[in-house]
Design a protein around this ligand. Structure first.
Ligand code: SF4
Length: 352
């Protein structure tokens, strides 16, 4: 085995830190020693999560979006996207089905859709929390004002997911139109943290123009933010976006970065993403074996799933919620893990 690879992994495990040069070495190697890295990450995950995998029921309630991120299939400028919005009744029915099949977290995700005013969102959160008091509500609805975030939190929302996409402003400007800024995205994340949400940030691996230096800056930013969750998956091109001809990100590199993040942030919630499962049929299992501990099965009604396509080829768009649930539980068990029946909060959050 490559001695430098081994010594970087050992040091990373001991110090929860990595230099830019060592990060480049781990990310750019040929992958032949991956298992040493994955085993170390798995061990750390097991120390904190005991082979438990947390499931989050994902409800994609609107694919309208006012933004135009260059990588995204539901960007406002994509006139080919067939738009939909779920009614409040439909969303509540997803939650009801979700709790019946064992989910303790609902992730409400949408594009940045102005139709859903703060009042509509707060009403919805209150209704979900009243009907399912033991369940956590996670929002993933984009950039909002501090005031709106506070209203949602006061209404009972527990967590918020907002990928920062890249911590480097220049790289950010290559992935987004001028109307968007990385600084604003970071501000939103710090606002959310300050309000008291469990916060998730994240990136895609292999976005156009991404360098190892950018990924290093992402790690520096994450250390400053100290998120409760980090979502990473490979970039996958969507045919109706400006990045349609860009190559997809590497699964192998994504898995190595997942393992590195597990070693730097031992207790962080780390999903094995649907994008990883799209890029590789066994991607989610491989993610768990590289230190991930969260999966997000789809709870959206099956008639709208094919319309929430952020990237091409997305899996799990034909099944009903119960089928997705059974499939994922089976996948988890086949690799020697099991699904937790708790809400799956961040370990330190429970202690607060
Ligand atoms: S990534 Fe999010 S904010 Fe950007 S266009 Fe897609 S749905 Fe909208």
């Amino acid at each position: 085995m490559d001695e430098r690879f081994r010594s970087i992994v050992d040091s990373l495990k001991d110090t929860q830190d990595i230099s830019k040069e060592d990060l480049a070495y781990l990310l750019e190697c040929d992958g032949s020693d991956n298992e040493y890295l994955f085993e170390a990450a798995r061990g750390v995950a097991e120390t904190h999560f005991h082979k438990e995998i947390y499931l989050r029921g994902l409800i994609e309630f609107s694919n309208y979006c006012r933004n135009n991120c260059y990588y995204c299939g539901i960007r406002g400028g994509n006139l080919k996207a067939e738009r939909y919005r779920l009614s409040e009744e439909e969303i509540l029915s997803c939650c009801e089905i979700g709790e019946k099949i064992g989910f303790k977290t609902f992730v409400l995700q949408s594009g940045e859709d102005p139709y859903y005013t703060d009042e509509l969102i707060t009403d919805l959160i209150k209704k979900i929390k009243t009907a399912h008091p033991d369940c956590a509500v996670t929002l993933s609805i984009g950039e909002k004002s501090h005031e709106s975030y506070q209203k949602f939190f006061d209404a009972g929302a527990d967590r918020y997911l907002l990928r920062h996409e890249t911590a480097n402003e220049e790289h950010y400007s290559k992935l987004h139109p001028k109307s968007m800024s990385g600084a604003e995205r970071k501000k939103c994340l710090f606002d959310l943290k300050k309000i008291g949400y469990q916060v998730g940030c994240g990136i895609m691996v292999g976005t156009p123009c991404q360098t190892v230096e950018n990924i290093y800056e992402d790690i520096v930013f994450m250390k400053e933010l100290q998120p409760h969750m980090i979502g990473i998956g490979p970039f996958i091109a969507h045919k109706d976006t400006p990045f349609k001809d860009e190559p997809d990100g590497s699964v192998d590199r994504t898995l190595r970065l997942l393992a590195i993040l597990r070693l730097i942030f031992p207790k962080v919630l780390l999903p094995a993403t649907t994008a990883l499962g799209t890029a590789d049929a066994m991607g989610r299992e491989k993610g768990i074996l590289a230190g991930a501990n969260v999966m997000m099965p789809n709870l959206s009604p099956s008639n709208v799933r094919k319309k929430y396509l952020l990237y091409d080829g997305k899996i799990c768009t034909g099944e009903e919620a119960a089928e997705c649930n059974a499939c994922l539980r089976g996948r988890v068990e086949r690799i020697g893990f099991h699904v937790a029946d708790s809400r799956g909060d961040h370990p330190d959050f429970i202690k607060q």
